[in-house]
Write a protein that binds this ligand. Structure first.
Ligand code: TXA
Ligand code: MG
Length: 332
């Protein structure tokens, strides 16, 4: 793996590559993004091509500051409140777009997804480029998002030679997406580290939350268009938190939320955190799924957190359910 350390000279070099219409993988506090100039349609077309992403799936536009956001979209009063509390940070807001944003970026919609990231390297790159950057997660379409620089190079090799090394991502799950196109009816499209309840408190009205992520997937996309998302290649099945996994077959991996007792640690037993801390689970999830995907297991059994763990549990459940191969009722 080769990723460039985020020195001032490298940031300048990467900014110039972007300004020339190139693509760059940049760290954010959530996951690594595959960035291009958001207002350069040809550059953004390359993002879709390299990811194998269907043109109907719109991109998130990253901005350095609020001033830039106001050039991209109409900003309702609620946005200022959200920005004050959550930006820079892992919150993406859907707003009415201005004509300057290419239709390609928004997949022909009249709305645009916008976020001000807080990772210092993303901030530095946005400032040096002096332009908004469209950046979806830097993974092939449908695969697990990258939470470390080597995940980007493992997936894309020489196709994406310019990777800025920002270390492992602080959060490790993609941003919370809130639709604010009707400011009277804010709606959660994707759970993340920012709690929708806190968003609702800030807006002074509740954010509607779809019950489980299969519905979320279908709200964000035409129903049935993307049957799987964020998935490892290996079959993944879920078991409810605190219950034993199903009878284990040979060549099967078991993933617990926290370190199991010594006598329950078999050779193919893994865990996402020592103590069960949701933040640690989130930071580890994508890296572990990618690692296990390389080991030739026939199946991964993964423990699904309870809904009442608070904070990140909604986002964790969402990603695990999307990654799972079985589409029946959830284990409980
Ligand atoms: O944390 C993140 O959000 C990362 C980092 C790189 O910022 N980015 C990310 O982008 O996760 P991506 O493209 O993998 O996911 C963006 C999601 C997609 O599901 C897309 O359908 C949705 O945002 N989206 C984008 N624009 C939208 C719009 N105008 N209306 C509804 N959904 C939109
Ligand atoms: Mg993605």
């Amino acid at each position: 793996m080769f990723a460039y350390p985020p020195t001032e000279a490298n940031i300048q070099f990467f900014a110039q590559a972007l300004q020339a219409g190139g693509l760059v993988a940049m760290p954010t506090e959530t996951v690594y993004g595959l960035a291009a100039l958001a207002l350069d349609e040809a550059a953004c077309r390359e993002i879709f091509r390299i990811k194998g992403r269907p043109l109907v799936d719109p991109l998130i536009v990253h901005a350095a500051d609020m001033e830039t956001v106001t050039t991209l979209a109409d900003c309702p009063k609620g946005l200022a409140l959200l920005a004050e509390r959550f930006w820079p940070g892992p919150l993406t807001v859907i707003l009415r777009k201005k004509p300057v944003v290419p239709d390609l970026v928004t997949a022909g919609r009249d709305t645009v997804a916008v976020r001000i990231p807080r990772h210092p390297v993303a901030q530095a790159l946005l400032k040096a480029t002096a332009a908004p950057l469209a950046a979806p997660s830097a993974n092939p379409f449908g695969y697990v998002s990258p939470s470390r620089p080597e995940h980007v190079s493992e997936s894309f090799g020489d196709t994406v030679p310019f990777i800025l090394d920002g270390g492992p991502c602080e959060i490790g799950l993609e941003s919370t997406i809130v639709d604010l196109t009707d400011p009277l009816q804010p709606c959660l499209l994707r759970p993340g580290a920012i709690d929708p309840v806190a968003v609702g408190e800030t807006l002074g009205r509740p954010v509607s939350v779809k019950r489980e992520s299969r519905e979320l997937t279908e709200a964000a996309h035409a129903p049935g268009t993307f049957p799987s998302h964020y998935s490892p290649r290996t079959r993944l099945v879920l078991f409810a938190e605190g219950t034993p996994p199903a009878e284990r077959a040979p060549k099967e991996a078991i993933v617990h939320l926290k370190a199991p007792a010594m006598d329950r640690r078999g050779p193919h037993t893994y865990w996402l955190s020592e103590s069960g801390d949701p933040g640690e689970i989130a930071r580890t999830l994508f890296a572990l799924l990618r690692e296990l995907d390389k080991k030739g297991y026939t199946c991964i059994q993964c423990e699904l957190p309870r809904e009442d763990r608070g904070g990140l549990s909604l986002a964790l459940r969402d990603r695990m359910v999307r990654a799972a191969s079985t589409k029946g009722p959830l284990p409980s």
